[in-house]
Design a binder for this molecule. Structure first.
Ligand SMILES: Cc1cc2nc3c(=O)[nH]c(=O)nc-3n(C[C@H](O)[C@H](O)[C@H](O)COP(=O)(O)OP(=O)(O)OC[C@H]3O[C@@H](n4cnc5c(N)ncnc54)[C@H](O)[C@@H]3O)c2cc1C
Length: 503
């Protein structure tokens, strides 16, 4: 006889653990179910995930989080996209904006119209048709206007925030919603001989914590999914050789720009994430091409204000577990896999893991159908994001170091090869299943990395080109005018910081 799960045990109190705990406290605690989180202060968290993508707004709404309260609690800022510096030639820069480019016409994606008309007078770069790009260039910010026909209606945004403050913020909410926190170090697991399921966790002081569903948020250690259940790691380092990071916070620098900056170096890249109280900086690099000491020196030579702490080194490996759910264990966050933070996707993958787990929530029978579906959907998410990240490294003309020469010439996954070939011929992009990045993101990065299609979709020729060009020029002017009326990003943040109520 199967019945509803009565005990959920979360191992780990990093971003993944507290996101799961906050969501579980709000939606799984029906008064019958006990939700416990075990974490060890002695082990600590990764705690450098600071940049996010627009679906985080949905997660916050799902938890009933007020935006102003959230930004004040986490020192957060708004993010309109990512500026990539030096990724195509070493001397270039391009913007991957959130939201849309222009407006689609009669079912044709806007970029197809742009590809046909781009050499005409007054058409300009495709970025001039992205609300987020136009607003970001001015250092301004406002949420998208509610009217669907307003020039900036296609704007989308996310946040930068302090990851440890975010975990603390979620912890308060989770504990208010009844989640029980246990401080302690998991030493070993006790498993049921017949089913292989985890029955209890034994802490190093001898305490025994029983559970029915175990959520592994133990970080790179992958204590339950990897160690206990033996689910293998699929290594992607041949495509994504960066395996180290060194991170350092610096004093806040004004103005606070509303975007992340990712600057390519000879053996990796550097992030810059502006927060209200400080700037987050880090260098992601390949240890086969750069030593830890040189990485530290390179990072410190490329920051714009004084460091406020010692640089911190981290090691990782790109890849994912072959399954995310095995038996009665589901892994979230780093316990399930790691993709470098180039497109700020890790926190999103935690969010996806939680929402798919809720959508396929098991009973004590732990049916195979739900588990297989969860593994299929999460696997697809990781694989498509992997391809998107590889695209940045592979589609480049950089030839200035062994690192770039390897990445430029390596064989990429077939799924990515197909996408590049389709785009290169007639600018076509297809979004498969519920893959994260939509058409505008692929267009921004393909063009930004220097892939200019040889042609465009011939269906565009059925439209009157002169009328289309006039309409597009008007759209461009309308966006520029609307963006010029918006307040500076720093002023918006100052207003939020000063008032508990005003946005
Ligand atoms: C360099 C770098 C930059 C990043 N930047 C971004 C970014 O900008 N945006 C983004 O979305 N993501 C980013 N990420 C990813 C992001 O940091 C992680 O996805 C996020 O922090 C989730 O981590 P986690 O909770 O899975 O693991 P962790 O933070 O490692 O937490 C693991 C938890 O498990 C506990 N634990 C471990 N072992 C035991 C044990 N035996 N007993 C009890 N408790 C235990 C620890 O105490 C800790 O609480 C970045 C990652 C790296 C490495």
């Amino acid at each position: 006889m199967t019945r509803a799960i009565g005990q959920v045990v979360i191992v780990g109190g990093g971003t993944a653990g507290w996101m799961m705990a906050a969501a579980a406290g709000r939606f799984l605690d029906d008064g019958q179910r006990r939700i416990t989180l075990i974490e060890s202060d002695a082990i600590g968290t990764v705690g450098v995930g600071e940049a996010t993508i627009p679906p985080i707004l949905k997660f916050n709404r799902f938890l009933g989080i007020d935006e102003g309260e959230f930004l004040r609690a986490t020192g957060g800022s708004f993010k309109l996209g990512i500026e990539f510096v030096g990724w195509e030639t070493g001397q270039d820069r391009y913007f991957h904006p959130f939201g849309t480019f222009g407006q689609d016409v009669e079912g044709l994606a806007f970029h197809q119209l742009w590809l046909k008309l781009r050499s005409r007078d007054g058409i300009g770069p495709i970025g001039a048709y992205s609300p987020a790009d136009v607003v970001a260039r001015r250092g301004a910010f406002a949420p998208p206007p509610p009217e669907s026909r307003a020039p900036l209606s296609g704007l989308a945004y996310a946040y930068h925030f302090d990851a440890s403050l975010y975990a603390a913020f979620l912890r308060r909410r989770a504990e208010e919603d009844g989640v029980i926190r246990i401080e302690g170090r998991v030493d070993r697991t006790e498993r049921d001989e017949a089913t292989g399921h985890v029955r209890a966790l034994i802490l190093d002081d001898g305490r025994r914590i029983e559970g029915e569903l175990f959520v592994d948020c133990s970080g790179f250690r992958s204590l339950l999914l990897g160690d206990a259940m033996g689910v293998e790691f699929e290594d992607w380092s041949h495509w994504l050789p960066c395996d180290r990071a060194v991170a350092v916070p610096t004093r806040r620098s004004d103005p606070i720009i509303p975007f992340t900056r990712a600057t390519a170096h000879a053996a990796g890249w550097q992030w810059r994430i502006p927060l209200q109280h400080r700037t987050g900086n880090g260098l992601v690099y390949s240890s086969a091409h750069l030593s830890d000491d040189d990485a530290r020196a390179l990072l410190l030579a490329n920051i714009d204000t004084e460091p406020t702490a010692e640089p911190r080194h981290l090691s990782f490996r790109a890849g994912r577990r072959q399954r995310f759910w095995s038996g009665n264990v589901v892994a979230l966050g780093l316990a399930g896999g790691f993709l470098e933070p180039l497109e700020s996707t890790s926190i999103h993958l935690i969010q996806q893991g939680i929402s798919k787990l809720f959508a396929l929530f098991p009973d004590t029978g732990f049916g195979r159908i739900e588990r297989d579906e969860y593994n299929r959907q999460m696997g697809d998410q990781y694989d498509s994001i992997r391809d998107f990240i590889i695209l940045h490294y592979h589609a480049t003309r950089r030839d200035d170091s062994p690192f770039w020469r390897h990445l430029r010439t390596m064989a990429v996954p077939d799924s990515l090869r197909r996408k590049i070939d389709l785009f290169r011929t007639k600018g076509r992009v297809f979004r498969y299943d519920d893959e994260l990045f939509a058409v505008p993101s692929w267009v921004a990065v393909m063009l930004g990395q220097g892939i200019m299609p040889d042609g465009y979709d011939p269906v565009v020729d059925a439209l009157d080109a002169d009328r289309l060009a006039d309409g597009i020029r008007r759209l461009r002017a309308g966006m520029a005018q609307a963006a010029a009326t918006l307040p500076a990003h720093g002023d918006v943040l100052a207003r939020i910081a000063a008032s508990p109520r005003v946005r």
